[in-house]
Design a protein around this ligand. Structure first.
Ligand SMILES: Nc1ncnc2c1ncn2[C@@H]1O[C@H](COP(=O)(O)OP(=O)(O)O)[C@@H](O)[C@H]1O
Ligand SMILES: [Mg+2]
Length: 305
């Protein structure tokens, strides 16, 4: 397909989620990449105008560079379905499913895929019971948020109520997870191609919001340094995780590899970051794919239905 065949393309960016700022950076990067590749691409912020203006403005395709709620969660996908505008990435069901880390786990567990043990936390939880069951340290996080917002690593039982309150500021559904010690890996995919794994080393092992987007100290290793057979096995696990969730187009799974070589799945991102620090572009580059080729490929895979 030639870049002009895509017609007028909207790059959806911004929006009204907690990750708005990141989305604006992703969107700008995608917009510039598409334009360099010769696509007739334009920015479109659904926080500034109704999505339903897309049709009136003659847009024929949408590149979704929105993160978090009202963008990555199936709502925008549903609106685009109704307008019959092909859009990038996963459809309504998989987008909504992956936004919810609890339901994502239900599917993975049902399909025999590994994910950390967890409990749903209530404000009246027996904190000692939670700590006894999952062990310490443990992780507390909102089920439907991203970018490590609202996430706490808890090392003492006394910290649990506050960690719960912090997570509950983002979502009424809060999870506690066993803390998995190991190497952080992330596994991107485009279409049915698994991208090379990236190993992430944050200062002090603390891969938080600040480190994720603004730190120059976080180290990324791609190639990740694992033997090729092991990397391929983790890529295969990722593609299985993608398949059972019903994801398509592109995305990125976050994993942890323990010292004994076992791997566990943390979450699936259906519209991951596309900023200059972002991981999918980095992995694509390691696979010999330029940013322009990457965004064109993702756009080519845009669908409705
Ligand atoms: N169970 C866990 N054990 C160890 N570290 C975790 C665990 N859950 C999350 N983390 C850390 O927090 C980061 C963010 O968690 P994640 O589940 O990927 O949510 P999100 O990226 O949507 O905020 C991970 O990249 C990892 O560094
Ligand atoms: Mg993550």
């Amino acid at each position: 397909m030639s870049p002009r065949d895509f017609g007028k393309v909207a790059v959806l960016m911004g929006g009204r989620s907690a990750e708005r700022e990141i989305s604006l950076m992703s969107g700008k990067n995608v917009l510039e990449g598409l334009r360099r590749a010769g696509v007739d691409a334009h920015p479109f912020d659904p926080a500034e105008q109704s999505l339903f203006a897309l049709k009136e403005q003659g847009f024929e395709r949408a590149f979704i560079a929105l993160h978090g709620r009202y963008g990555e969660d199936g709502t925008v996908q549903g609106a685009l379905e109704l307008m019959d505008i092909p859009y990038t990435g996963s459809g309504v069901m998989a987008s909504a499913l992956c936004m919810d880390k609890l339901r994502t786990k239900y599917v993975w567990v049902a399909c025999g895929l590994p994910t950390p043990r967890w409990m749903v936390l209530e404000p009246t939880a027996d904190w000692h019971g939670v700590a006894a069951r999952l062990g310490l340290p443990l992780i507390v996080k909102p089920a439907r948020e991203g970018s490590t917002l609202g996430l706490t690593k808890v090392t003492r039982v006394e910290e649990l109520p506050e960690a719960y309150a912090t997570a509950a500021r983002y979502d009424c559904l809060v999870l506690a997870e066993e803390f998995v010690e190991g190497q952080e890996l992330t596994a991107g995919f485009v279409g049915d191609q698994a991208l090379p794994l990236i190993r992430i080393e944050a200062p002090g092992g603390n891969y938080d919001y600040q480190n994720k987007y603004f730190s120059d100290e976080t180290r990324y290793y791609c190639p990740c340094g694992l033997p090729p057979e092991e990397e391929q096995a983790i890529q295969a696990l990722t593609m299985r995780a993608v398949q059972v969730l019903g994801c398509r187009g592109w995305g990125r799974a976050d994993l942890i590899r323990r010292a004994d070589g076992t791997v566990t799945l943390l979450e699936m991102n259906t519209a991951p970051g596309m900023t200059s620090h972002s991981l999918v572009p980095m992995a694509a580059k390691a696979a010999g794919m330029s940013f322009e080729t990457l965004v064109l490929k993702i756009l080519e895979l845009a669908r409705v239905g």
